[in-house]
Design a protein around this ligand. Structure first.
Ligand code: 2AM
Length: 404
């Protein structure tokens, strides 16, 4: 970094993916699309180049400037971007980089939505970074700094959408690719062993887990959907429509954590007739990012320990929403709080070694003898809701849980 650039981006203001070793290691194991966002001349390109340098072997920097795309308020975001988008698609398709950095103003919602769709299609998590330079919104200064020679008027037209925070559908911890693959496999193993457990077959009630044909019960097929990128939601914002989301995004802890790497500790896996998920035990550091009303939001009458809703949705039945997984987990927690241990019905082995408990109404929990640790990046999901993949994943059909 040049001395001028160092001054513009003091060490304390650099995003964790530039300065924190654990984050750097996690980013290297992840698939991430970094979107630099801000007015022309605000310092995006310096930040973009720093990130590219830091991840030389695995990154690819695509800058709108290279394509002569002049920042402007457009009626449509089509035309100008055709070549850039073709190169971006090739980069994703040919797996040219696991960290793709896109340097553009990103002021246009339509343009952003297109990029979020692409990220979803290629299973890239998204990180949106804005320069922290003191003049980033100061049009008078930017007029002299931007190489496009945009006038004060043109800059002022671009500013309104860029001075507001871009709020995601939700904030959360997004699993690194390698750990995500491992957890998907572990979830299949859990469902396979559960489906083959004698006690499970015995307690199946009519229509539970798609048990119409008891001899061909297939839990992987039953849990038809899985999130596109496995994650643990911290705050659901609905792009800012949820009361309190702006305040959440403004919290110092949240701002500091954005793009930072965290290890999540999974203590149990659970399955109900609606969802299959993993229980996450948040550390003190992670609890700083946990909204104080997360449990009350879905169980207003109960007093449950802070963080007890933390989970990763692994799969849901066909007509069930992802949000149900956290509600199901809280049902277990409530039963445990009331002193109900669950019926101890055996052990699982291998990657899912642990004790199996049954809590009535088709609620099964596996307490892992060894916690599973998965690496993740704290960020937001900005795309459309309801993007999911079949639980069976890309590798095709795993063994069915045949009930004899
Ligand atoms: P999940 O975290 O339990 O998997 C989009 O709906 C994402 O936000 C999902 O990942 C979903 O569930 C999570 N989410 C958390 N709270 C939600 C709410 N109140 N409504 C909808 N989705 C919510």
């Amino acid at each position: 970094m040049s001395s001028q650039a160092s001054k513009d981006h003091p060490e304390g203001q650099k995003p964790p993916l530039l300065v924190d070793d654990h984050t750097v290691a996690t980013v290297r194991e992840s698939k991430i699309l970094v979107l630099l966002r801000g007015l022309p001349g605000s310092g995006k390109s310096t930040l973009a180049k720093d990130i590219e340098q830091k991840y030389k072997d695995t990154s690819r920097l695509i800058s709108a400037d290279q394509y002569e795309i002049k920042p402007a308020v457009r009626s449509s975001s089509g035309g100008d971007y055709a070549k850039l988008d073709a190169d971006l698609t090739t980069c994703f398709e040919k797996r040219e980089a696991s960290l793709v950095i896109l340097d553009d103003t990103h002021h246009d919602r339509e343009r952003l939505d297109k990029l979020f769709d692409m990220a979803n299609e290629y299973h890239f998590a998204v990180v949106v970074l804005e320069p922290k330079t003191p003049w980033r919104l100061d049009c008078a200064q930017l007029k002299d700094r931007n190489h496009w020679k945009l006038s004060l008027e043109e800059l002022k037209n671009l500013r309104p959408t860029l001075e507001k925070d871009l709020l995601p559908l939700y904030f959360g911890w997004f699993l690194a690719k390698r750990d995500e693959d491992y957890l998907r496999k572990t979830s299949h193993e859990f469902l396979e062993q559960l489906g083959n457990l004698k006690a499970f077959k015995k307690r199946l009630q009519p229509c539970m887990f798609g048990s119409e044909d008891k001899h061909k019960l297939d839990l992987m097929k039953y849990f038809a959907k899985s999130p596109n990128i496995l994650h643990c939601t911290s705050k659901f914002c609905d792009y800012g429509k949820i009361v309190g989301s702006e305040e959440y995004a403004q919290q110092e802890a949240v701002k500091k954590a954005y793009s930072k790497g965290y290890t999540l500790h999974l203590s149990a896996l659970f399955a109900t007739p609606r969802t299959v998920g993993a229980q996450v035990e948040l550390t003190a550091d992670q609890l700083l990012l946990w909204p104080s009303d997360a449990e009350k939001e879905v169980m207003p009458k109960d007093t449950l320990p802070r963080g007890s809703r933390a989970h990763i949705t692994l799969g849901t039945a066909a007509d069930v929403q992802d949000v149900q997984t956290g509600i199901d987990l809280l049902e277990f927690v409530k039963l445990q709080q009331s002193g109900k241990e669950g019926e101890n019905l055996g052990e699982m082995s291998g990657s899912v070694a642990g004790k199996v408990s049954y809590y009535d109404n088709g609620m099964w929990m596996l307490n892992l003898s060894q916690k599973i640790e998965v690496r993740s990046i704290f960020s937001g999901y900005y795309g459309k809701p309801g993007v999911s993949v079949p639980l069976r994943g890309k590798k095709g059909i795993l063994n069915q849980c045949q009930i004899m």
